[in-house]
Design a binder for this molecule. Structure first.
Ligand SMILES: *Cc1c(COP(=O)(O)O)cnc(C)c1O
Length: 363
């Protein structure tokens, strides 16, 4: 049986739905959306207690009650996911490889000692939620509904151990495009995002919290983001902390291998497959900062870009290392722009999908 079919015929727990009494959609200016700050009419909620997940619900989006002693507020036991729903020209709504996110949230959860959430319910809950809020998914390239599943420790109590009560939720935010303007990045030579043996491979809330201060410092030096290097030596490029990274040196596209300090991005692996499919040369290997600088100086470094759900592909216009600045202007025949175009064509159902990445939500 096709795996897509399997997910929907083995969900036992039926989802209890309380529809909102009216939609807020008419109050939203869709031509002027700040990323992730407007949310759709409904949310998915499922609590874990007494050793099991309780009846899942879809309810009107609203603030919720939480104990001041909730474990997540004290010990940061929380993981999340991010994906997008797209509307095609016929009005059908699609997700991009959501099975990968269903698996990854459980990989992240395991690292944070959070109970596993059933993959089938993750997918079915998301499908029903997006179907209910499908008017919030606007057609047109660049428009999408950003879907944010997350789990956190809701148990009240400040004992420093894994909680016994959790809440899994999904909220949705209509978005147009993430970053505007040019992006220059600072290569980290002091701060670290993720040590070996740490939580870097998990989408753990705290991984982000720890990046904000070094990123603020980089911003005060004129950069928009930080490129993280390995925590032990700062000699090897890892990732950008919300995006994986690609470097085009000569005719080859290079990206770091995933590890316990690098997040295994769905966009990253899709780009690797797509690039290979299009006949581009790719290498998955560690890249030294020294090699990058040498390639920049000798002119063989042609482009740098980041990959992630929010941006799909983000071109990077320059980088700095220990005060020295380097420019990477977009070349003619940019791999980044070409791969972004091809990937978005698949996401928006404007092109064939040889990899079976698209997943139908509703018509
Ligand atoms: C989410 C994330 C990415 C990008 O992953 P995608 O699956 O492509 O969205 C990259 N790095 C980090 C640290 C992330 O949290």
């Amino acid at each position: 049986m096709h795996p897509r079919f399997l997910y929907f015929c083995c969900v036992n727990a039926s989802i209890h739905i309380t529809p909102s009494t009216g939609s807020r959609i008419d109050t939203v200016d869709f031509s002027n959306l700040a990323f992730g700050s407007t949310f759709s009419d409904h949310m998915f909620v499922c609590d874990y207690r007494d050793g099991q997940w309780q009846t899942p619900e879809i309810v009107p989006y609203a603030p919720m009650e939480l104990s001041p002693a909730a474990s997540v507020l004290h010990y940061g036991q929380a993981v999340f996911e991010g994906m997008k729903a797209f509307k095609d020209d016929e009005g059908s709504v699609w997700l991009f490889r959501p099975d990968q996110n269903a698996k990854r949230i459980n990989k992240s959860a395991e690292r944070l000692a959070i109970p596993q959430f059933p993959e089938a319910l993750f997918l079915d809950g998301m499908k029903q939620l997006i179907t209910l809020d499908k008017a919030w998914v606007k057609a047109g390239k660049g428009n999408s509904l950003y879907v944010r599943p997350f789990v956190f420790a809701s148990q009240a109590g400040v004992q420093a151990s894994a909680a016994t009560e959790y809440r899994f939720m999904i909220i949705c935010a209509p978005v147009s495009s993430y970053y505007g303007g040019e992006v220059r990045v600072k290569i980290a030579d002091h701060y670290s995002r993720a040590p070996q043996g740490g939580t870097g491979y998990a989408k753990a809330a705290g991984n982000y919290g720890g990046q904000f201060y070094p990123t603020q410092l980089a911003k005060s030096e004129g950069y928009q983001q930080v490129i993280w290097t390995d925590a032990a030596t700062h000699e090897y490029i890892e990732e950008a902390g919300t995006m994986n990274l690609f470097f085009r040196i000569g005719d080859t596209l290079i990206t770091a291998p995933t590890s316990d300090s690098i997040l295994d991005g769905v966009t990253r692996k899709s780009i690797l497959d797509l690039a290979t499919h299009l006949g581009l040369k790719t290498e998955v290997r560690m890249l030294r900062v020294a090699e990058l600088i040498e390639a920049s100086k000798s002119g063989t470094l042609l482009e740098i870009f980041g990959s992630g759900t929010a941006v799909v592909v983000q071109t990077i216009d320059g980088f700095g290392y220990k005060g020295e600045k380097f420019e990477t202007p977009l070349p003619k025949n940019s791999f980044a722009l070409m791969l972004k175009e091809k990937l978005m064509d698949i996401q928006y159902n404007n092109a064939e999908d040889p990899f079976h990445w698209r997943y139908k939500v509703c018509d």
